[in-house]
Design a protein around this ligand. Sequence first.
Ligand code: HEC
Length: 286
Amino acid sequence: MKKLIATFATAALLSTAAMSAQQSTEVQADIDAFQNHFLKAFPGKSLNDFADGPYAMSEDKMMQFEAVMEMPPFEDLVNKGEKLWKTPFANGKTYSSCFSGSDETLRVQFPHWSDKKGKFVTLEQSIVDCRKANGEKKMGTGKGKLAYMSAYLTTIAEGQKISVIVPNGNAKALAAYNQGKKEFYAKRGQLNLSCANCHVDAAGQRVRGNTLSPALGHITHFPVWRGKWAKKKGDGFGTIQRRYGGCNKQVRAKPRKRQKAQYTNLEVFHTAMSNGMKISGTAYRE
Ligand code: HEC
């Protein structure tokens, strides 16, 4: 009997291993070091506190943030996103038919490594691919309709844990991750600054009226609704890759093309660094 149980237990272990790839040991070491850096730099904060970005760094700011979040200015757009997501294509199929698992889990299923494509894929790109596969027109991936749908998926994913896997022993996946890591640490633009200079080294410091957010937890609430973006009619939500473009411009560097290797691999690295954190839902930013 004991032997029988042991056999079953081993079989169960093997099948889970086959289903969910193991994290690359190198990547796991990066994640541990990254998270420990912030936990040490901001004593008293727990991992999930970092989801509140600049607001977690100041009590005043937090009060302003909480006041806005009581009556979120973006609810209508999230509802619009839900409607768009649930409206069938001309062929009768839905977005959900392109994915596996429930809609609530889609946000944390991405970005993920695709053996078939030989690259990492993001949720936003997969939504566009889904449209294409169903004979629908292309859609921009920075803002507008796609951002509303993506915001809806983030809203319903609240509480799900981020878990980006760079499969252990997969050299191609590791190379892509390392490209994203390089993009994060490389200095760029006329100001010659890297993402890390502002969002790791200077996190919590004030720059031109802004408090610099820590890169840890950057990803938990994207797409964000920004007051700045909402100044144009029908705008407000932007995807993470739209934000990358904005930050590149701040240092007077040319933004990369969205959903191409540089930004997608940056998104992989950037998201993996927040592994274990919960999706905090759609949020407001200045
Ligand atoms: C010159 C400093 C600077 C650099 C360099 C910079 N950013 Fe930013 N970033 C900002 C400021 C200022 C904001 C707005 C305040 C905040 O949230 O930190 C911001 C906001 C963000 C946000 C939004 C955070 C949120 O919760 O809404 C993300 C994500 C982000 N930056 C990522 C990056 C990435 C990735 C890079 C490198 C490609 C980068 N930034 C480079 C200054 C910078």
